[in-house]
Design a protein around this ligand. Structure first.
Ligand SMILES: [Zn+2]
Ligand SMILES: [Zn+2]
Length: 359
């Protein structure tokens, strides 16, 4: 199947794949056509899992309970509910005390782009879909950025996401807006935020959808240390706030805007891909689900809103397939490719794209 993919068009030298990568490549590549990205367990059962299995299972059990790798309900309530509350508090203070230094806008913008790209380039295209390969330090950098978006650890995020592709808009899709018995609004709400309170990522789902990740030392490092990345996600903007304005209010505004508003905004932009982009927009390509290309979230979600393209070609590193479909994440990946930092970058061929055009 590798032949059906156009690798790095400018022909950066192809590095040898890692052992785990080569054992998974054909299984994941076949997903480009089928829309599936997760049929990797048979290959791993055949020999990739090693004697560290017991240790890996123990690692998985560290967060947070004995049989799931999902955060507790309280943690989800805090992660979803606190950022907007903190932001509104900051807004009230700013209004009452006469505005904030414009550098705080830059802090929010920079934090959004950095952690947003961590989700799109790192968690989604690199970890969940393996749409390009790279050095360990580049991989660690993007996963660190993604972890600071507070959307879960990379193991849990990718397992849920791979399940979404496997069962897209079916009953077992974790966050479809088209769930049986849900009305239009209820479906939209469920897919946006409601699903998180019902979703549990169990160990057997990790085994089924992410066997490659549970033996990936970088992914597992971020899984084990996830709580520290949450702390850093708050501490860094507070520190920058103090640099912008070296008073207590500098730290407070750094917390309220650089952490609170930035996390709130990044969350809802990401979740809109699950909700809005399975309801509103165009379907230029055939896919077995209701995925849509949505111009607004194509821009806001750094390229992820070209979601019908993505479901049609899930392993493609490029989601904005037309020249006018701006895809900042692809610009970043392409730039890294030109600099020799990533390789084996997957994009669909013209023939593949033509074969899936909706008539
Ligand atoms: Zn989707
Ligand atoms: Zn995906």
């Amino acid at each position: 199947m590798a032949t059906s993919l156009v690798e790095d068009p400018k022909g950066n030298p192809k590095r040898p794949l890692e052992a785990n990568d080569s054992s998974l490549d054909s299984g994941l590549d076949s997903g480009l056509d089928s829309g599936l990205t997760t049929d990797v367990s048979p290959k791993l059962e055949a020999g990739t899992l090693n004697s560290n299995d017991a240790a890996s299972v123990a690692d998985l059990r560290r967060i947070p309970t004995k049989d799931t790798v999902a955060p507790s309900k309280l943690a989800i309530i805090l992660a979803v509910g606190l950022p907007p509350v903190v932001f509104i508090g900051g807004l009230i203070m700013a209004v009452v005390w006469g505005g904030v230094n414009p550098w705080f806008v830059a802090l929010v913008f920079g934090g959004w782009i950095a952690t947003g790209l961590g989700i799109t380039v790192g968690y989604h295209r690199m970890v969940a879909h393996r749409s390009f390969q790279t050095y360990g330090w580049v991989r660690a950098f993007w996963i660190a950025m993604g972890a600071m978006a507070l959307e879960g650890c990379p193991l849990q995020w990718s397992t849920v996401h791979r399940k979404h592709h496997k069962h897209s808009d079916e009953e077992s899709d974790p966050h479809t807006p088209h769930k049986e018995g849900h009305g239009w609004f209820q479906g939209l709400f469920f897919s946006h935020v409601g699903w998180m309170f019902r979703q549990h990522t169990f160990l057997d789902e990790v085994e089924k959808f992410s066997p490659d990740l549970r033996t990936d030392p970088i992914v597992m490092f971020f899984h084990r240390t996830y709580v520290y990345w949450i702390a850093l996600s708050v501490a860094i903007p507070v520190g920058i706030g103090l640099l912008i304005q070296p008073t207590v209010m500098g730290a407070v505004y750094g917390f309220c805007f650089g952490a609170g508003f930035r996390i709130f905004w990044t969350h809802h932009v990401t979740w809109s891909i699950n909700s809005v982009c399975h309801v509103f927009g165009a379907r230029p390509y055939k896919s077995k689900d209701h995925s849509r290309n949505n111009f607004l979230f194509g821009i806001l979600a750094l390229g992820e809103g070209w979601h019908n393209n993505h479901h049609a070609f899930p392993n493609s590193a490029r989601h904005g397939l037309k020249w006018w479909q701006f895809d900042l994440s692809w610009v970043v990946i392409r730039t890294m490719s030109l600099l020799g930092m990533v390789w084996n970058v997957k994009t669909p061929s013209k023939k593949e794209m033509l074969s899936k055009v909706n008539s």
